[in-house]
Write a protein that binds this ligand. Structure first.
Ligand SMILES: Nc1nc2c(ncn2[C@@H]2O[C@H](COP(=O)(O)OP(=O)(O)OP(=O)(O)O)[C@@H](O)[C@H]2O)c(=O)[nH]1
Ligand SMILES: [Zn+2]
Length: 368
């Protein structure tokens, strides 16, 4: 078991332990050397540029990010990361000196210019794909979110909300089951409370809610939390204020165990290199493709294509195949954009060097 002298000074208002946040024996074992050198483990509950808030065995601390901790391997700490913290001293503030191995990661597509801000959430165990039944269900959107969820390494669960606003939730759910192979599909209503127990049972560990604006994520999150910690659309509508008062912590312990991870960046996330995730999202197409005559069959017009044959015979909907093709294309574009950006970043130093060489050749007196 883990033990740290510092934990003897836990402040009374802080009764949650690292175990509540998901620290386990495996993590603890691999932290032995760090502990021996005076470091303590913690989990990032909020990350800002160069600094973050970390929950540790002795409460939540503000820490700076030691630049050396993420210089080469590009592991910039993000919400959900487990880190090694050098505790504050009389002269120095606490510092994050290493980001511990990530078990899973939710990655964003619209890559910003700085390549370090791509991971939105780390060490997520359950991705709840939240979709409202109050509007016509867009299956393509569910598939897109599932690809992202599978790719993260977490377990996806599809949560259909607002069942009270849908004439036939049962058949809506059955259609969703058909586009979500391998994922549990739940029908819920925060208004009536239906399905919420099943939801509590279906999620575990670190949970994120993914879904379009207005799907009911915050409402659902509050139901999981057992109190209104997240601002919902209903509140915004009643007081006319926008979402700017989000809880300062983005990791909130759940009463039934586990934590809810709610970070603004997760709202509106796109695809990013989800090749494997797409394979799982379209598991039946992946299986069919094994039977195609050509190993690199694109399932467009190739002879001997088992996927096209399945569409022909009504075993696979053409909507599903179209969605697969569209997301494949989108993913290829996102991957190409990332490659271009990485190439540019790799070339920058080379350009600087050649400029330097040029200026040296031109001599010190050259005035360009
Ligand atoms: N009838 C009904 N309304 C619901 C239910 N769940 C949520 N709502 C309403 O749907 C609206 C949007 O809910 P939110 O929880 O704010 O949605 P969100 O997904 O968090 O939205 P963003 O914060 O914009 O991403 C609010 O007005 C909720 O009151 C439900 O089960 N039934
Ligand atoms: Zn094929």
């Amino acid at each position: 078991m883990f033990h740290n002298p510092a934990s003897e000074h836990v402040s009374p208002e802080n009764t949650t332990t690292l175990t509540d946040f998901g620290w386990d024996d495996e993590r603890d074992r691999s932290f032995t050397d760090h502990r021996a050198s005076g470091l303590i483990p913690g989990r990032i509950v909020r990350a800002e540029r160069g600094r973050c808030q970390v929950v540790t065995e002795s409460g939540t601390v503000r820490a700076v990010v030691d630049p050396r901790s993420c210089a080469e391997d590009r592991l910039t700490p993000c919400t959900g990361d487990w880190v090694a913290v050098r505790p504050a001293t009389a002269t120095d503030s606490a510092a994050v000196v290493e980001v511990l191995e990530r078990r899973t990661a939710v990655v964003r597509s619209s890559a910003s210019r700085s390549s370090d801000s791509q991971v939105l959430a780390a060490n997520v165990d359950t991705v709840a794909v939240v979709v409202s039944l109050a509007d016509p269900v867009r299956h393509g959107r569910i598939e897109r979110m599932l690809a992202l969820a599978w790719e993260s390494g977490a377990v996806p669960v599809v949560v259909l909300t607002k069942a009270d606003r849908c004439a036939d939730p049962g058949s809506a759910a059955a259609e969703v089951v058909a586009v979500a192979p391998g994922a549990q599909v739940l029908v819920t209503s925060a208004a009536t409370g239906d399905g919420l127990d099943d939801l509590v049972a279906a999620v575990s560990g670190t949970v994120v809610l993914l879904g379009p604006s207005g799907a009911g994520k915050s409402t659902l999150g509050n139901r999981l939390l057992g109190e209104d910690l997240l601002e919902t659309g209903a509140v915004r509508a009643s007081d006319g204020k926008g979402r700017h008062t989000t809880v300062w912590r983005e990791l909130l312990p759940l009463p039934h165990g586990g934590v809810l991870l709610d970070t603004p960046g997760l709202r509106g996330v796109g695809l990013h290199d989800v090749e494997e995730g797409l394979g799982q999202t379209f598991a039946e197409i992946t299986d069919l493709a094994e039977e195609c005559r050509f190993a690199d069959c694109a399932h467009v017009a190739e002879p001997g294509c088992a996927v096209l044959a399945a569409v022909e015979e009504g075993r696979l909907t053409s909507r599903r195949l179209d969605s697969y093709h569209r997301l494949q294309r989108e993913n290829a574009h996102a991957a190409a954009r990332t490659d271009a950006r990485l190439r540019a970043e790799l070339e920058r130093p080379r350009k600087q060097v050649s400029r330097l060489i040029r200026s040296m050749k031109q001599g010190p007196n050259f005035k360009g």
